[in-house]
Design a protein around this ligand. Structure first.
Ligand code: BGC
Length: 749
C-alpha cells in the first residue's frame, strides 16, 4: 500500500478524522480511499472485547476469553518463552475476534507497593520489566496482532492519575522508569505506545514532545504510532505537534475540527498531521495484511496453557520441614473461600470474562491421594472476622494433618482507579491464619494478591506460596504445585517489605495535591533496601523449589576491557536435590566506585533453566556497555566510568553464589568546570587538575609562604579542611608564593 500517495489524495478534514477514534474501540474508515476501520481492545492478560456497551473500567460485559495470570503473576515466572507463549495465545484469540491491536502490556515500574494497578505491571526492576514486556509483545505480534505498550510514562500511581504531575529527575527517568519502556520498544518493537494520563515534569504525557518525539522516536527508533490512554488528551493541537498520533476514544469530532482550524490558521504544521496519518496507516495496513479470521485453537487447549503458566508463576516463599509437596495419604483441611471462589485477576480495564474458572478445592481433591475437607473460614464481602466460619475452620484444621489456607486480597482492596492505603490482609484472613496455626502447626498459606502484603503471622506458618492473580486455571495450577506434580520455580519480581514504612517512596506517595516528587531517585525496590541495609520480608529475585541448586564455576572471558567491548560470563548451575526443577539464575553488576551514588548492584541478566536431578547446565550471559553505565546529568548521556566492576551471580538478589571482577576502561572523564569557587578537593579528584593543584600546594607550603611548615601529607585534618576550600580562599592564604595567572587562563579556557 502506497500510504504517501493515499495521504496526498486526502482532504485536510479526512486526515484529521483519522487522528481520533470513531467510537470507544475503533478508528474511522475512509471508504472512498479504501481505508477500513481498525479495532483495538483491552488486554493485556487476555482479550477484553466488549459485547455491548463500552467502558474503560471493566464494568460492562465482554465476550468470553482465556484469562491468563496478570502481569505481576507472569513476572514471577521470569520466563521469556512462557510469556511469549501467553502472548501468542492471546494473539490468536484476537485474530478470531477481528481485533487488530491489544492494549498492553504495561511496563510501568512498581514504585510503591500501594499502587492499585501493580498487578498489571511486571516489576520494580527495569531490566526485568523490559525483557518480559518484550517477550509478551513478540508473542502477540508473532500472531499478526499489534500491541500497545502502556502507560508511557511515569504513571506509577492511581491517585489523581488523570492530572498528577510526576516530578522525576532525568537520571531517575532514564535509569528506572524509561529504561523499562526503552528495552520493550527496542526489543519488542510494539505497533503502538500508549501515552499515560499524567504529567511528567510539568507537561502532560499526551502533549510532551520530549517524551513522544525526542526520546521515543529519535533516540529509541520507535516507528509505530502513539495512542492516547482513553481520555488522556488535554489539549489536542499541541498533542499532534508533540507526536501523539491517535486520540482515543472518539472526541465526537470536536478535536478533529480543532486540528483542521489550527492548520488553516497556521498554528499547526500540516506536515505533523501527515506524519501522524502515515504512522497510523502503516500499522493499519500491516495489520490488515496479517489478519487471520480462522485461527486454529480451542478454548480447552488455551485453558490447559493457562494452567501450565499459572503453575510456572507460583513462588514458593517458605517450606519449613519440607511440608510441601503434600505427602500422599495425608488428610488436608482446605480453608478459605478463595479456594472455591478464586480471585484470578484485578479490577478495571483489564477485567476479562473467563471461558471457565477452576475451583482449587475440587482440583486438589481430584489430584491429592488423601482426604480433603473444605471450610470457608471468612466471608469474602466483609473486612471482618466471622466467628462461626472461623470456628468451623479451626475444627477442620485440628482434625486434619495439614491445613492449607487460601488467603489474599479481595477485589475491593486493589484495583485500577485507586491506590491501596495499607499492606494488610483483610481482618478475617489474618484472624484465620492466627487461629488455624494455633491448633495446626502444619499450615500452608496460599496467597492470591496483586502486590505485596505485610505478614506479621509469617513465623507461624510452615509453608507459603505466593500465587499473585493467577488467571482462570489458577485452581488447577495450585493443585499441581501443592501435590508436587509441578515443582514451583517462580521468583519474586519485586521486594516484599517488612512494613509499608520501609518502602522507598513511603514519604512521597502519592504526593501532594497536584504533584508527586520521586525523591528516592533511582533507589527503587531492592536498590533502596540494599543501599539502606533494610531487611525485607522476602528480597527481589527470591523463591524456593522442591529441589536445591548450586551455582558456580563463574568465568569471564576477560579480566579487563574497554567499555565498548562486550563481556561474556558463563556459570554452571547444578540440580543438587531429588526433584527435577527450574532455577532462575540472576546476574547483577556492581560498580565499586563512582562519581555519582549508584545502587549497590543492578540486575543485568537472567536465565531460567530446567534441570533433572544431578544435571548441570552451563549458562552464558553477554554484557554490553549499558550493563555498566549510568545516566550522567551533566552530559545528558549514558556514561561508563573507568574502574572495577563486580559480576555477581546467584539465585536471588540476596543469595549471590559466584563473584567475578572486571576492570573496565573508558574514555570518559567527568567534566570539571573551573571557577574561583571550585574546591581544592574537586580539583584533586580530577585527573586533569590534580597535577596542577599538587604543584600549587607544594609551592604554598614552601619556605617563603605563610603556610610554610604545614605538612599536608601527614595532617589528615589539614588535608580535609583544605580540600573543602574554594580556590578563591586559597588565593587569600597563599600569598605571593603562587603565580595564579595560569589558573586564570585555565578558567577562561
Ligand atoms: C486504562 C488503559 C486502558 C484504557 C481502555 C484506561 O482507563 O488506563 O490501560 O487500556 O482505559 O480501556
Amino acid at each position: 500500500m502506497d500510504v504517501k500517495s493515499l495521504i496526498a489524495q486526502m482532504t485536510l478534514e479526512e486526515k484529521a478524522s483519522l487522528l481520533s477514534g470513531k467510537d470507544f474501540w475503533t478508528t474511522k474508515a475512509i471508504d472512498r480511499l479504501g481505508i477500513p476501520a481498525m479495532m483495538m481492545t483491552d488486554g493485556p492478560h487476555g482479550l477484553r472485547k466488549q459485547s455491548g456497551a463500552s467502558d474503560n473500567l471493566g464494568i460492562m460485559d465482554s465476550i468470553p476469553a482465556t484469562c491468563f495470570p496478570s502481569a505481576a503473576g507472569l513476572a514471577g515466572s521470569w520466563d521469556r518463552s512462557l510469556i511469549g507463549r501467553v502472548g501468542e495465545a492471546i494473539g490468536v484469540e484476537c485474530q478470531k475476534e477481528n481485533v487488530s491491536i491489544i492494549l498492553g502490556p504495561g511496563a510501568n515500574i512498581k514504585r510503591s507497593p500501594l499502587c492499585g494497578r501493580n498487578f498489571e505491571y511486571f516489576s520494580e526492576d527495569p531490566f526485568l520489566s523490559g525483557e518480559l514486556a518484550s517477550a509478551h509483545i513478540n508473542g502477540v505480534q508473532n500472531k499478526g496482532v499489534g500491541t500497545s505498550l502502556k502507560h508511557f510514562a511515569a504513571n506509577n500511581q492511581e491517585t489523581r492519575r488523570l492530572t498528577i504531575n510526576a516530578k522525576v529527575e532525568e537520571r531517575t527517568l532514564r535509569e528506572i522508569y524509561l529504561a523499562s519502556f526503552e528495552r520493550a520498544v527496542k526489543q519488542g518493537r510494539p505497533d503502538t505506545v500508549m501515552c499515560s494520563y499524567n504529567r511528567v515534569n510539568g507537561t502532560y504525557a499526551s502533549e510532551n514532545p520530549w517524551l513522544l518525539t525526542e526520546v521515543l522516536r529519535k533516540e529509541w527508533g520507535f516507528e509505530g504510532f502513539v495512542v492516547s490512554d482513553w481520555g488522556a488528551v488535554n489539549n489536542r493541537v499541541p498533542g499532534v505537534a508533540a507526536g501523539l498520533d491517535l486520540e482515543m476514544p472518539s472526541s465526537g469530532g470536536v478535536t478533529d475540527a480543532q486540528i483542521v482550524q489550527a492548520v488553516r490558521e497556521g498554528k499547526l504544521d500540516e506536515s505533523a498531521v501527515d506524519a501522524s496519518v502515515e504512522r497510523i496507516l502503516n500499522i493499519l495496513f500491516l495489520r490488515m495484511a496479517t489478519k487471520n479470521r480462522n485461527p486454529a485453537f480451542s478454548a480447552e487447549e488455551h485453558h490447559r496453557i493457562a494452567r501450565e503458566v499459572a503453575a510456572e508463576c507460583a513462588i514458593l516463599l517458605k517450606n519449613d520441614n519440607f511440608l510441601l509437596p503434600l505427602s500422599s495419604g495425608s488428610t488436608v483441611a482446605v480453608i478459605g473461600e478463595f479456594a472455591r471462589k478464586p480471585r484470578i485477576q484485578g479490577g478495571g480495564s483489564s477485567h476479562i470474562n473467563p471461558t471457565r474458572v477452576d475451583d482449587a478445592f475440587e482440583e486438589l481433591s481430584a489430584l491429592h491421594d488423601g482426604t480433603c475437607t473444605y471450610s470457608a473460614g471468612y466471608r469474602m464481602d466483609k473486612d471482618e472476622v466471622d466467628s462461626a466460619l472461623l470456628g468451623e475452620a479451626v475444627a477442620a484444621a485440628h482434625a486434619a494433618e495439614i491445613a492449607i489456607i487460601f488467603a489474599g486480597l479481595p477485589d475491593s482492596f486493589e484495583s485500577e482507579g485507586y491506590d491501596r492505603k495499607h499492606l494488610n490482609l483483610p481482618q478475617g484472613h489474618i484472624a484465620l491464619i492466627e487461629a488455624v496455626t494455633s491448633v495446626q502447626p502444619n499450615t500452608v498459606v496460599v496467597l492470591s494478591n496483586g502486590a505485596p502484603i505485610e505478614m506479621p503471622w509469617l513465623h507461624k506458618v510452615e509453608a507459603l506460596v505466593e500465587s499473585y492473580l493467577g488467571g482462570q486455571a489458577w485452581g488447577g495450577a495450585m493443585a499441581d504445585v501443592l501435590t508436587g506434580k509441578v515443582n514451583p520455580g517462580g521468583k519474586l519480581a519485586e521486594s516484599f517489605p517488612e512494613m509499608l514504612e520501609n518502602n522507598p517512596s513511603f514519604l512521597n506517595f502519592p504526593g501532594t495535591r497536584d504533584e508527586v516528587v520521586y525523591h528516592e531517585g533511582v533507589f527503587v525496590g531492592y536498590r533502596w533496601y540494599e543501599a539502606m541495609h533494610i531487611d525485607t520480608l522476602f528480597p527481589f529475585g527470591y523463591g524456593l523449589s522442591y529441589t536445591t541448586f548450586d551455582i558456580g564455576h563463574l568465568k569471564l572471558d576477560k579480566t579487563s576491557m574497554k567499555d565498548t567491548e562486550a563481556l561474556t560470563v558463563t556459570v554452571d548451575v547444578r540440580n543438587t536435590g531429588e526433584f527435577a526443577g527450574k532455577e532462575v539464575v540472576q546476574l547483577y553488576v556492581a560498580d565499586r566506585a563512582s562519581s555519582v551514588r549508584r545502587p549497590v548492584k543492578e540486575l543485568k541478566g537472567f536465565e531460567k533453566v530446567f534441570l533433572e536431578p544431578g544435571e548441570t547446565k552451563r549458562i552464558t550471559f553477554m554484557l554490553d556497555r549499558r550493563a555498566f553505565a549510568f545516566w550522567s546529568e551533566s552530559l545528558s548521556d549514558w556514561v561508563v566510568e573507568s574502574g572495577m566492576f563486580d559480576i555477581l551471580v546467584g539465585s536471588s538478589s540476596e543469595d549471590i553464589e559466584a563473584i567475578g571482577q572486571v576492570e573496565v576502561t573508558s574514555d570518559y572523564v567527568e567534566p570539571i568546570r573551573l571557577t574561583w569557587n571550585t574546591t581544592v578537593g574537586d580539583m584533586m579528584a580530577h585527573p586533569r587538575t590534580k597535577p596542577i593543584v599538587e604543584a600549587m600546594m607544594a609551592k604554598m607550603m614552601g619556605p617563603d609562604s605563610p603556610m610554610a611548615g604545614l605538612t599536608m601529607e601527614n595532617d589528615e585534618m589539614m588535608k580535609a579542611m583544605i580540600a573543602e576550600s574554594p580556590l578563591r580562599m586559597l588565593r587569600m592564604f597563599a600569598g605571593p608564593a603562587v603565580d595564579w595567572s595560569f589558573l586564570e587562563a585555565m578558567m577562561d579556557a
